[in-house]
Design a protein around this ligand. Sequence first.
Ligand code: ADP
Ligand code: MG
Length: 317
Amino acid sequence: MRHLFIVDPLPQLLVNKDTSVVIMREASQRGHEVFTAQVEYLDVGEGGRPRVRMHPTQVRDADPWFETSPSQYAHLQDFDVIWMRTDPPYDMNYFYATHLLDLAPASTLVLNDPKGLREVGEKLFVLHFPDICPDTLISRQIDELLAFRDKLGGEMVIKPLGGCGGVGVFHLTSEDRNVRAILEMATRDGAEYQVAQRYIPEVRNGDKRIILLDGEPIGAVLRVPAGGESRANFHAGGRALRAELTPRDREICARIGPALREHGIFFAGIDVIGDWLTEINVTSPTGVQEINALDGVRLEAQILDGVEKKLRDKRGE
Ligand SMILES: Nc1ncnc2c1ncn2[C@@H]1O[C@H](COP(=O)(O)OP(=O)(O)O)[C@@H](O)[C@H]1O
Ligand SMILES: [Mg+2]
């Protein structure tokens, strides 16, 4: 089986943290071939055929963890599985890349489905489930955002629509005299939307990342923010703690699972704070290595089993 991983530059992937790394390693241990590319090398060549300049890649138990051969062009049809795992920002180039991936033939499995990557906005999709997500306002009007904070009792979180890793996430309170200046910067004077959300105080106990495979939860980890920090993301220094799935977590997964399957979101990572669903990560969810370490599991084996089955089903084998 031939896997193409469209990822950020390999030297940027942390060998002991990154989910793509363990999926690549598992594929390679199964005797599959691994190829890697950066999204900017995805294009359409002569004859309208989608192609990519990629590197045959060996995954090793050494430092560095990879070895790449010189780049070469391949057509998307040359791969059995294409993993689109580029990190946000979700910008126009990302959007266009999903259209190029749509040109892959039916025999190639693209994960997540490019159509799903267009339909399921990471910060927006939760709004389809208003009863399980916190009060949310999406606006680029500074006065509207301020009024929402006041309606919530003087406290809210704002975040950009297309970000990740806690970048641009602020906890705003009414005591803070910088709020308007922060909103001016965050919206770029009204040019960009912000998500404003009710602040959930239980975040001090952690933000739970639940990994879903084809709409079913397969593991979870709690990320606890560092002291003096609002953001629980691992990128922002969040600490990983073992987590069980509560009945409420299972209820949330059961609500969104069918919609994820319907949109071809095979691999997702949702964020649950207290009883509330705050985000559905579909572009390059992470957390697998932390869950493996805390639970003594190897989720990547389950993930690859799922991929092999999905490919067989797709090809009617
Ligand atoms: N509604 C909220 N209440 C409290 N904290 C929040 C809320 N939303 C986000 N946060 C904090 O900000 C962090 C990042 O927010 P998130 O919505 O997951 O965006 P991303 O991870 O894509 O940057 C969370 O881990 C959490 O610490
Ligand atoms: Mg998050």
